[in-house]
Design a protein around this ligand. Structure first.
Ligand code: SF4
Length: 92
């Protein structure tokens, strides 16, 4: 099953992943996602290199990435955000 996860960024110093979803059922006027679909913490030099490769993560791919982040980088937490994670049908 596919999720609505578009990308995941990892903060080495914080041992924290930021899981970024596509889709939101709100329309906040201040929404930062109207400026960029990417994690807004990324710098301009990183943003210019990014290309959306047309796929959302499957749930098994997501679990594999999280397992690798824990085992290889000592990930301690994951923040769900970007847009609205609670409307992802993979989590219902
Ligand atoms: S992504 Fe966040 S800020 Fe943007 S419309 Fe949805 S709830 Fe509002």
């Amino acid at each position: 099953m596919n999720t609505r996860i578009s990308h995941i960024t990892y903060y080495i110093d914080l041992h924290s992943a930021y899981v970024q979803f596509l889709g939101c059922n709100f329309n906040c006027p201040w929404c930062i996602r109207k400026l960029t679909p990417w994690d807004h913490h990324l710098g301009n030099d990183e943003l210019v290199r990014l290309r959306f490769q047309g796929g959302l993560l499957g749930i098994n791919e997501f679990l594999e990435i999280i397992d690798n982040a824990i085992n290889q980088y000592g990930m301690e937490e994951a923040v769900l955000g970007g847009e609205e994670p609670t409307i992802d049908p993979a989590y219902l």
